[in-house]
Design a protein around this ligand. Structure first.
Ligand code: FUB
Length: 379
């Protein structure tokens, strides 16, 4: 794992991806088309030929690339709402232009160890009236007898907004609303419905997710491409908005989420190992609110615990160590009394940043409420 850790704090996505890819490849090229068992092929090749990390889990599907999994239990099955990664031929850069996804496929599992079903195209960019490009990490919710698919996309002015589409089935197809959610911006929506029925959307992502360009409350097209470059100031905050009962709108203002250290001090912009980057998720365990997220350029899934869904949250530690590939993204759900982490990595594509595969593994809450850190590779 030294090679993965060596990329920490690398300011350029391309550089770090090249290092990971070099570590993994050296004669190793996995194809999405390969017909042999992925488990056998991946493990035996990595293990015997290169002494490279052996994954703890295998892709849920191998006929397409999938990423950013948001998992939910609907109608007695596990539904997974992922990004659908494609080789679009767009050069890699720090703004994430190479993530040029154009549709969503929804996956389902009858049981956690079952075979995944791909339900086909659920929504396409051409059917979203306001969208210009880049369908990034989605989420879903159920309410009012309907299913809701929430998704980020750049609008026709190249500004990320968050849209919503509805369906009578968890597998879609989904019909998009004519306009993005009013007041929405940036990426990675995660909708959490609390035990009292109140619903919240967590969202935001820096760098390609453009959150750093909203610091004045308005979009600054000439704003920074990465951080705010203020390492000694509180880091950029993820956002939360209460949702209306129809789950189609924000009900009230967008608020900033405060993540503090155990001394009560806000995490700073220069604290790349702990500060928020993208990929929000919320789960509730033993009455406490667990806000989890990716640290982006340091590649961790980290978590912080709070007493309210609106925060503040106190940083606790790492849920998932870095994966092969640049991005780290996840969701956490409970199935039949056990907890699971859905995540992705780029092993199947030979380390390509923009060609990822969704996976699942068990997650443990310790008796003190902390979460056991997961290493996605056996060595
Ligand atoms: O898939 C595109 C972007 O990569 C997501 O929106 C981020 O969370 C990262 O996984």
């Amino acid at each position: 794992m030294q090679l993965i850790h060596a990329i920490k704090n690398t300011p350029n996505k391309m550089k770090s991806n090249a290092i990971i890819f070099a570590a993994l490849s050296a004669g190793l090229l996995f194809s999405c088309q390969q017909k042999t068992s992925t488990k056998e092929t991946t493990e035996s090749k990595i293990d015997s030929a290169q002494q490279q990390p052996v994954p703890i889990s295998e892709p849920l599907v191998t006929h397409i690339y999938t990423a950013d999994p948001s998992a939910h239990l609907f109608e007695g099955k596990i539904y997974i709402y992922p990004s659908h990664d494609i080789e679009a031929g767009v050069a890699e850069n720090d703004m994430g232009d190479h993530f040029d996804m154009r549709d969503y496929h929804i996956l389902s599992l009858d049981s956690i160890n079952g075979k995944a079903t791909d339900h086909g195209i659920a929504l396409e960019i051409k059917d979203i009236p306001w969208a210009g490009r880049q369908l990034w990490a989605p989420d879903a919710a159920y309410g009012n007898g309907k299913y809701y698919l929430y998704f980020p996309a750049k609008d026709k002015s190249d500004v990320f907004r968050i849209g919503v589409a509805t369906s009578t089935s968890p597998a879609g197809p989904f019909k998009a609303e004519a306009r993005p959610i009013e007041g929405s911006f940036s990426i990675d929506p995660a909708v959490f419905i609390d035990t009292d029925g109140a619903s919240y959307m967590y969202f935001g992502g820096i760098w390609g997710g453009q959150l750093q360009r909203w610091s004045s409350g308005k979009y600054d097209a000439n704003g920074s491409k990465t951080d705010l470059q203020k390492d000694d100031q509180p880091s950029i905050s993820p956002r939360v908005a209460k949702m209306s009962k129809d789950l189609l709108h924000f009900d009230g203002p967008v608020k900033e989420i405060l993540i503090k250290d155990k001394d009560g001090k806000p995490l700073l912009g220069g604290d790349h190992d702990r500060r928020f980057f993208e990929a929000s998720w919320m789960h509730k365990f033993n009455g406490k609110y667990y806000f989890s997220y990716s640290t982006g350029d340091t590649h961790f899934i980290a978590y912080a615990i709070g007493e309210s869904p609106l925060g503040p949250f106190i940083y606790q530690g790492v849920i998932l160590k870095p994966v092969i590939g640049w991005t780290n993204h996840h969701s956490i759900i409970e199935v039949n009394g056990k907890w699971y982490l859905f995540y992705h990595d780029s092993v199947l594509s030979g380390g390509k940043t923009h060609l990822r595969s969704v996976k699942v593994t068990g997650l443990i809450h310790e008796s003190d409420g902390t979460i056991t850190t997961i290493d996605p590779y056996k060595k």
